[in-house]
Design a protein around this ligand. Structure first.
Ligand code: SAM
Ligand code: SF4
Length: 326
């Protein structure tokens, strides 16, 4: 029974937040101080996550991504990777800030993780520190090297582009892609920052990013499935690629196949959803897999057409990005 919504989309991609905690404080995501963490008892156990994955797979989910908060801030995450990789899925991946990846890369690979997305917003140490409020660029670079050594491939870099902050580095990131074979994905800044400093003016449209790179390194578009990223290769055949995720200027809601579980077991059918379905209570109240599956299917059926960033009627979700799970 596939997870079909009222607009004919089928949900097959599940994002699981394993923790709301993080060791960085990226300005576009978390506040500098004062974030309240979920009580430990509210966070799903690995066994509960595993059971949910089994239910979601029975409903047609084919790919799983672990995220957070910082997924590697949770102890024993490779163990969870191993549990999830044992299910009948096509792909398991992770989005991490990379700061502790050097320590975990080999264990993650051994547990069944094949590829990884690492967030890096600046290649300049002082600016990285400004954007993440921690001086951690060196450890991320070490993490990237370790990931490659461990055989995690492809490596994708996620870079949130913020106007007047790091938009002068997009060509440097493209050069890094050519030098390393990484796919660098530029993400438009979305109104999910805890500080609520987002404004339309702070968004750098993806079209502008691609034009800036294309002026230096000619690009050719690669057509690739229903992925939200538009991906480009280098016309001169250099390794690596660049991609853009244009959630604000060209939303991909019409083909969205994503669904999410927060660290405390709330089910969301959209990053910007204003409502959540509690899956933790039924998990802990002894409900059957069938009952939980029915609640999930009913929520997907009600999934809205898409977010309305920019519209007068747009309402920010009450949780910010790190608490939802990006
Ligand atoms: N801590 C991990 C990391 O940073 O990769 C995983 C969680 S993080 C919330 C997932 C992704 O969301 C990261 O690539 C991050 O850059 C991105 N992100 C966070 N806040 C964002 C925002 N307001 N707009 C766009 N992307 C954002
Ligand atoms: Fe942490 Fe990731 Fe949010 Fe940065 S983007 S504060 S690394 S959860």
């Amino acid at each position: 029974m596939p997870l079909l919504d009222g607009f004919g989309r089928i949900a097959t991609d599940l994002r699981i937040s394993v923790t709301d905690r993080c060791n960085l404080r990226c300005t576009y995501c978390m506040p500098a101080e004062g974030m309240t963490w979920l009580p430990r008892a509210d966070v799903l156990t690995f066994e509960e996550i595993d059971r949910l994955v089994r239910i979601f797979v029975s409903l047609g989910v084919r790919t799983v991504r672990l995220t957070g908060g910082e997924p590697l801030a949770r102890r024993d995450v490779p163990k969870l990777v191993e549990m999830i990789a044992a299910h009948d899925i096509d792909d398991i991946s992770m989005t991490t800030n990379g700061t502790t990846l050097a320590k975990h890369a080999h264990a993650l690979r051994a547990a069944g993780l094949e590829r990884i997305n690492v967030s890096v917003d600046s290649l300049l140490r002082h600016r990285f520190a400004e954007m993440t409020r921690r001086d951690a660029l060196d450890s991320v670079i070490e993490g990237l090297t370790a990931a490659r050594d461990a055989g995690l491939w492809p490596i994708k870099l996620n870079c949130v582009v913020v106007r007047g902050t790091n938009d002068d580095e997009v060509v440097d990131f493209a050069r890094l892609a050519r030098d390393t074979g990484y796919e660098v994905r530029f993400i438009e800044f979305m109104p999910l920052d805890a500080d609520e400093s987002w404004s339309r003016a702070s968004v750098v449209p993806s079209s502008e990013v691609i034009e800036a790179i294309d002026r230096v390194f000619a690009l050719e578009r690669i057509v690739r499935g229903t992925e939200p990223a538009s991906v480009f290769r280098f016309a001169d055949g250099a390794p690596g690629s660049v991609g853009v995720i244009s959630s604000v200027t060209e939303p991909f809601c019409a083909s969205c196949d994503r669904i999410r579980i927060t660290a405390d077991g709330q089910f969301r059918t959209c990053l910007f959803a204003l409502d959540e379905i509690d899956l933790r209570a039924p998990l802990r109240d002894g409900r059957s897999d069938e009952e939980i599956a029915a609640a999930i299917a009913a929520a997907v059926e009600r999934k809205w057409a898409g977010h309305r960033i920019g519209a007068r009627s747009f309402v920010r979700p009450s949780r910010s990005m790190s608490a939802i799970g990006g």
